[in-house]
Design a protein around this ligand. Structure first.
Ligand SMILES: [Ca+2]
Length: 489
């Protein structure tokens, strides 16, 4: 009897263990994919070896391109930080959010036009991407630069941390558009929840420690995670590890005329970025979750400091392609590998695309300006992405920066820019002239009128705010620049 009992108990244990294994297997098979979202600051189009840099060394990021689909007509939603970031998180055009400039924007009180009274925060009524994922069981972590807090309304700032918009954890996110700790990119950090470190430690490395640690802690969870790694790098101040700077100085000195990208300090920052991506990907592999993780790599606007965007016209803060064309890669389970996709895509598309790839019902009333790129991503796919290929993309920047206030529309190979001060338009054909050297508006008047009308109708449809005549316009003082926060009395 005793023996039978033990035998029975033993088999119960075995059965139970089998059930657990089966359950784990089942869970593994049905568990939604994890998401790792790499968002780089001020990176622009050509900072990677893969996208044309002849000087930077980016083997780890380039490997993402080999493992996924690279949209070589991928765009950020704006030519500056905060609007692009809000567009990714809400799936809405900055114009529709009325969040149209970096926070807190440039002040030009004597310019010809007064900029509209724009919104320096995401409204809580919006269901953000991390909130939509949380509704579906995801753990969510934010690491790095946030730059979405209404600093001109100090009483509201505490309601707009990453943790107020769908992230369980915030490491380092504040109102800052760049590192503002005493050491900037070096210790001491003085950032929310960024602990530890010693003299000489580098911010990109420290934030990567947190990313690696987060994956390790959540690798065995029953539920999936989204890690949103929003780098402070490669925004100014340009500060890099001295040993890497020495390396790139030597590289440049050995072939001084060879390179288009030729800033050793910047190249050294890019190397730290690349190592960070490599460490996170390796951790995904070591943790056994790589095969069930979607990886996104993109940036929020064009390059600022190193003044080269792969030959594209313009940089951050301009109306040209160099301001908004970005590396734009999506890799993961079921996604084609090493494919270059030429269909234009934009920051708002990530929200519906990630939901769709995770098998989550789309929230069409939220991400209304994005489309799911899934039909372009999957290897086995019957869906014809005709509508995605035909759609137009729009930009609305009613602000002064390294540009006059402007709007733009891209359809197919054509791109039209309209400047609001004087109504000047420029028409480019990106197929014939990717560097936007030729204005076709006079040669193609019908196309110009058609696209201008389309842009204007779109602005009405999203209730875009336009600048107005400035009663304080002063021709002599119009270019005086006011940076940063308006002083409160
Ligand atoms: Ca930026």
């Amino acid at each position: 009897m005793k023996k039978v009992f033990y035998a029975g108990f033993g088999s119960l244990l075995v059965t139970s263990a089998l059930n657990v294994n089966a359950a784990q297997q089942q869970q593994k098979n049905t568990k939604k994919p994890n998401i790792v979202f790499f968002l780089v600051d001020d990176f622009g189009y050509s900072g990677l070896s893969k996208t044309g840099s002849d000087f930077h060394e980016t083997p780890n990021i380039d490997a993402l391109f080999e493992n996924g689909v690279y949209f070589n007509n991928g765009y950020s939603a704006c030519t500056v930080c905060s609007p692009s970031r809000a567009a990714i998180l809400t799936g809405r055009y900055p114009a529709r959010l009325n969040l149209t400039d970096w926070i807190a924007g440039q002040k030009r009180p004597y310019a010809k036009l007064s900029v509209p009274n724009w919104n320096m925060k995401m409204e809580h009524e919006r269901i953000t991407l991390p909130e939509a994922l949380k509704e579906n069981g995801y753990s969510t972590a934010f690491i790095g630069k946030w730059h979405l807090m209404p600093i001109e309304q100090p009483e509201l700032v505490d309601q707009h941390y990453p943790t107020d918009h769908g992230f369980d954890i915030n490491i380092g996110g504040r109102e800052w558009g760049q590192p503002k700790g005493r050491g900037k990119y070096f210790y001491p950090w003085d950032m929310p929840n960024v602990k530890g470190g010693k003299k000489g430690d580098y911010l990109t490395d420290r934030l990567t420690d947190y990313a690696v640690d987060y994956i390790d802690k959540h690798k065995s969870d029953a539920n999936p995670f989204m890690l949103y790694f929003s780098y402070y790098t490669v925004h100014t101040p340009i500060q890099a590890k001295p040993e890497y700077v020495r390396k790139y100085k030597a590289k440049l000195a050995a072939n001084p005329k060879k390179y288009q990208h030729r800033r050793p300090e910047y190249a050294a920052m890019v190397q730290s970025l690349d190592e960070s991506v490599g460490r996170v990907v390796q951790e995904l592999k070591d943790a056994g979750v790589y095969d069930n993780t979607i990886i996104v790599f993109t940036a929020d606007n064009g390059p600022y400091w190193h003044e080269y965007a792969g030959g594209l016209r313009g940089l951050k803060g301009t109306s040209f392609e160099g301001g908004t064309r970005e590396p734009f890669v999506i890799a993961g389970p079921g996604i084609k590998k090493g494919v270059v996709e030429s269909t234009p895509a934009i920051g708002m598309d990530f929200y519906p695309t990630l939901l769709d790839l995770a098998g989550i019902k789309l929230k069409k009333s939220e991400h209304i300006d994005g489309v799911s790129l899934k039909p372009l991503l999957l290897a086995n796919n019957d869906h014809k992405p005709t509508a995605i290929k035909k759609r137009s993309l729009y930009w609305h920047y009613p602000h002064y920066h390294r540009t006059l206030p402007y709007g733009a529309v891209r359809n197919g190979d054509w791109r039209l820019v309209e400047y609001f001060e004087d109504g000047k338009v420029m028409l480019f054909n990106l197929k014939n002239d990717p560097f936007e050297t030729l204005d076709y508006s006079k040669a193609y008047p019908e196309k110009t009128v058609e696209m201008l009308k389309e842009l204007q109708e779109w602005r009405k449809s999203v209730k875009a705010q336009l600048p107005t005549e400035n009663p304080n316009f002063d021709k002599k003082r119009q270019f005086k620049k006011y940076y940063g926060i308006r002083k409160k009395k």
